[in-house]
Design a protein around this ligand. Structure first.
Ligand code: ADP
Ligand code: MG
Length: 612
């Protein structure tokens, strides 16, 4: 839930300071500001011209015939031409200012997303982040910019109208100064109420839609568990509250107009009464008919802008709040720390291609909020070219161990080294270049097969893509796709079967041709036929590389050079398959158990905030 706007003004820096912080994003397009301000100024200044035209028309046009017939009509057309032009120019200029600002803000946010510490992704969901970067920035900017447009236009209008009123009759203007704010206040209160109710009913509508959506997505589960009745009740509660809110909104909006008209009538009558008494008064300070009509006209014209001015802080704070949620992302989310050498600009002394020797010494990892460490006292040496399997019950820390290598997770204590160099000393990208990863959850971009296989490559080598697909046992299927390797896969490649997606992920790993291959339950979720194809592909991928393989099905790792058995964050035994079977420990027990389905992991990618 986003925090309500302007909920705690005391806790926030003053409005002006908050606005000033945003200024740099919107200050690039200087010409736009000049145009916008000039045009708004003109719009405001032309406002009193309308009643001002009425005065000569009434005083002279109809009665004494001193005006030429074409003058007033021509002036009206001219006036509206100028106003129209000015309004167009100001709106356009502000839209440009908003648009340019939005591009800058979004770009920064997206860059931050790409480089953020991985803990961001366990704190915020994909849809929250998408919402902030795409929608909130948009609403915030639009609201803020149009609030400023209104502020300027209404401000100028009120000043111009008041000046004209004073020029016509300053005594009457004093009365107007009391009455107009009253009317404006009523209108403002009503419209606030209306806004609140509208917002509430929007939320309720969203929730209602959400219930429908959930029940569509989970239709099988709802039926299977006989949960229909509860869901219907849930729907009823929301639906009824929505009806109540709709009525409340109608009450607020239906009452506004009559109430305002009543107050306006009172105001008008007061002015008329005073004007009449002045006209007949002994002072002889009379008001002409034209002057009176112009005065009333200008007075009524004051109401709308005054009302908007009384409420101007609201859209500004709302826009600010939305934009600031975006900026908070910039403030709070730290980019991933790179090696100190990179920060200094010094050339890092790491090989372009590692041999693939991995060493962990007394490594400890504790996730924030977890009582027991995920890994503790881990000592493990994987020689270049060796295939080491990690096995153990779900939650024993296997994924965490693998995530330490490309620094998706940092060790709280101990040392993790690749080719004898601490991973913290490797420049981040150089380090990550050394690993290819295939995990249980395959993620594909909404792009072509070729682009997905060659992810991150500067240019796509099509022949190599083809070779990798062949090695991954996927070439035959890709050949049946409408555009072959140029077929766009759609969101996360859902049209492919689990086994095909898995083999595509292997093709991607093959294309990367990194010295170290990490396989995290790559074959767990597959049926036997897919598993055979995937297993073949995996075996090809492992050739000539250091491989760390986590497998749920122990049958798939029997030929590993070494099997490391983990339990509750510790290594409890290691050796070859025959050795471990003979030892009769945890491995032998796991092996004899009938195979349970792979546990769905709550922390699929294992990159939450750790304490170290
Ligand atoms: P495995 O891969 O062997 O199933 P994991 O490395 O995924 O085990 O998890 C080891 C322990 O760390 C588990 O207790 C798990 O709950 C915890 N854990 C894993 N990832 C996170 C995370 N992102 N945040 C908090 N705890 C986590
Ligand atoms: Mg795991």
């Amino acid at each position: 839930m986003p925090p309500p706007p302007d909920s705690s003004p005391a806790a926030q820096p003053p409005l002006f300071a908050r606005l000033r912080r945003l200024w740099p994003y919107f200050s690039h397009y200087k010409a736009g500001w000049v145009i916008a301000v000039t045009a708004t100024l003109m719009t405001g200044l032309t406002e009193p011209a309308i009643p001002a035209l009425l005065q000569p028309l009434l005083d002279q046009g109809f009665t004494q015939g001193r005006l030429r017939i074409w003058m007033v009509p021509a002036a009206i057309v001219g006036l509206f031409a100028i106003r129209g032009l000015a309004q167009f120019a100001s709106q356009y200029a502000l839209a440009r200012i908003a648009g340019e600002g939005m591009v800058v803000v979004r770009r920064q946010l997206f860059e931050r997303l790409l480089s953020a510490e991985l803990s961001l992704f366990s704190r915020q969901s994909a849809s929250q982040l998408a919402n902030t970067i795409v929608y909130e920035v948009q609403t915030g900017t639009t609201q803020l910019v149009s609030a400023f447009l209104n502020l300027a236009r209404d401000g100028f209008t009120v000043i111009a109208l008041l000046a004209y009123l004073i020029y016509l009759n300053w005594q009457l203007t004093l009365i107007v100064l009391v009455l107009v704010p009253c009317v404006a206040w009523i209108l403002k209160t009503m419209s606030r109420r209306l806004y609140k109710v509208t917002r509430e009913s929007q939320t309720a509508t969203d929730e209602l839609a959400y219930v429908v959506e959930e029940n569509v997505l989970a239709h099988r589960m709802v039926r299977l568990h006989g949960a229909q009745e509860g869901q219907a009740r849930r729907f009823d509660v929301l639906s009824t509250s929505l009806r109540g809110l709709a009525l409340k909104a109608t009450r607020a909006s239906a009452a506004t107009t009559p109430l305002t008209q009543l107050v306006a009538a009172v105001a008008l009558s007061t002015v008329i009464a005073i004007a009449l008494s002045q006209g007949q008064g002994a002072t002889g300070r009379g008001i002409t008919v034209g002057g009176f009509v112009a005065f009333i006209g200008a007075m009524l014209m004051l109401v709308a802008p005054t009302r908007r001015l009384a409420d101007v802080v609201n859209p500004i704070t709302r826009g600010l709040a939305a934009l600031e949620r975006g900026l908070e992302l910039l403030d709070e989310v730290k980019p991933e720390a790179d090696a100190p050498a990179v920060a200094d600009g010094a050339a890092p002394d790491v090989p372009a291609r590692a041999r693939g020797d991995i060493a962990l010494k007394q490594v400890r990892v504790a996730y924030r909020g977890d009582s027991a460490p995920a890994l503790d006292g881990i000592d493990l040496h994987v020689r270049a070219g060796e295939t080491v399997a990690l096995v153990g019950p779900s939650g024993s820390g296997k994924t965490t161990l693998v995530n330490l290598l490309p620094r998706f997770v940092r060790a709280g204590a101990g040392e993790v080294a690749l080719d004898g160099i601490d991973v913290g000393r490797w420049p981040l990208q150089a380090l990550r270049d050394q690993f290819a990863l295939v995990s249980q959850e395959v993620t594909m971009l909404n792009d072509t097969v070729a682009a997905n296989v060659a992810l991150g490559a500067a240019s796509v080598d099509r022949a190599r893509v083809q070779r990798c697909l062949e090695d991954a046992n996927l070439a035959a299927h890709v050949a049946t796709l409408p555009q072959g390797i140029d077929t766009v896969l759609g969101h996360n490649a859902t049209e492919l079967s689990g086994g095909q997606r898995q083999r595509l992920a292997i093709a991607r790993a093959l294309y990367k041709n990194a010295p170290v291959l990490l396989l995290d339950e790559a074959t767990s979720a597959l049926d036997t036929e897919s598993e055979r194809l995937v297993q073949q592909a995996v075996t090809r991928a492992m050739a000539g590389r250091t491989t760390l393989v986590i497998a749920h099905r122990l049958s798939t790792i029997e030929h590993a050079d070494r099997i490391v058995v983990m339990e509750r964050g510790h290594i409890v035994e290691q050796g070859t398959h025959p050795q471990l079977m003979a030892a009769g420990g945890l491995y032998a027990r796991l092996h004899s158990q009938p195979m349970a389905p792979p546990a769905p992991s709550a922390h699929a990618e294992n990159h939450a905030g750790q304490d170290g």
